[in-house]
Design a protein around this ligand. Structure first.
Ligand SMILES: C[S@@+](CC[C@H](N)C(=O)[O-])C[C@H]1O[C@@H](n2cnc3c(N)ncnc32)[C@H](O)[C@@H]1O
Length: 281
């Protein structure tokens, strides 16, 4: 009985703390986004002296108010994103990067940084639907109800991207940074798979990052990057890769149909598995 009472008291005490995670939980991603937007990891990385960067140096480099920045940095240090360490004179402290903050460098295209993905997922276009989850969950059983994204924006993610080039660029950059992380590993691990493959068609290939990496690794392959026209209009121009615009649900040009098809991550976004499966066939 005593132990039962103690457990209840412990649970009560824990809950009185945990509830604050839900009150201020958004601050984690807001502060990380702030660091990425201000390019704080880059400022620290490029600091000319080998010393940690002081608040005064950092605020002048990123043009931020020192008092605001101090509070943001205190939070980010607490989160383990940056480190605050004593400086040689022992009187002041300065900031250094960590492996985590280096993954928040928006200017790095090194296969580690996921900064563009953070910016995409924290965009108001992407966050708004999450805040409408309850309206979808409470829709009548079997009642047709658009997915939260479509309900908030009155169109699906690709149609919104077509109307909004900044959002479209955010998607393409987010996908590309993850592609740089994953595809080189796939290529290394599955080297034999590409022996004798003459053509690869990336259906829904975004800005062409994935097929670009494959063609570089396997130079005998001819790559096609197939995506919606508004994506292809701004896709990278890469050696060995031909960009082709179109809608995969209408048709995929005949000359592309002979290639090995790679459609990375379409499932992540589409609500219509039957549609996606049709394309795969
Ligand atoms: C999740 S992204 C994947 C991008 C890329 N394959 C990658 O993994 O980095 C899905 C891609 O499918 C494209 N897409 C969506 N609907 C499409 C359609 N009907 N026809 C062609 N491409 C489409 C989008 O524009 C987007 O670039």
């Amino acid at each position: 009985m005593e132990e039962c009472k103690r457990n209840l008291v412990d649970e009560e005490a824990k809950a009185s703390l945990d509830i604050w995670r839900y009150v201020f939980g958004f601050a984690d991603i807001a502060a990380a986004k702030c660091a990425i937007d201000l390019k704080i990891p880059e400022a620290i990385e490029n600091h000319p002296s080998s010393q940690p960067m002081t608040l005064a140096e950092l605020s002048s480099t990123v043009s931020a108010s020192p008092s605001h920045l101090r509070r943001i940095m205190r939070f980010l240090v607490h989160q383990g994103i940056f480190k605050e360490v004593p400086i040689k004179d022992g009187l002041t402290t300065g900031y250094t990067n960590t492996p985590l903050s280096r993954r928040m460098m928006i200017t790095k295209r090194d296969g580690k940084s996921l900064a563009p993905f953070v910016l995409f997922e924290t965009s108001h276009e992407m966050l708004a639907p999450w805040l409408r989850l309850s309206s979808v969950v409470s829709s009548p059983v079997n009642g047709s109800h658009p997915p939260p994204f479509d309900a908030v924006h009155n169109k699906d993610v690709w149609a919104l991207a077509e109307d909004n080039p900044c959002f479209s660029e955010m998607i393409n950059e987010a996908m590309a940074c993850d592609t740089r992380r994953v595809v080189p590993r796939v290529a290394r691990a599955c080297h034999d798979l590409f022996d004798g493959v003459a053509t690869v068609v990336d259906v829904g290939g975004g800005n062409g990052e994935a097929v670009g990496i494959l063609v570089k690794e396997f130079p005998w392959i001819k790559g096609f990057n197939f995506d919606l026209p508004h994506v292809i209009d701004v896709a990278q121009v890469l050696d060995g890769v031909e960009n082709v615009g179109g809608d995969m649900f209408d048709s995929i040009p005949k000359r592309l149909r002979c290639g090995a098809v790679s459609s990375v991550r379409y499932y992540q976004f589409t609500n219509n598995r039957a549609q996606a499966n049709n394309v795969r066939r």
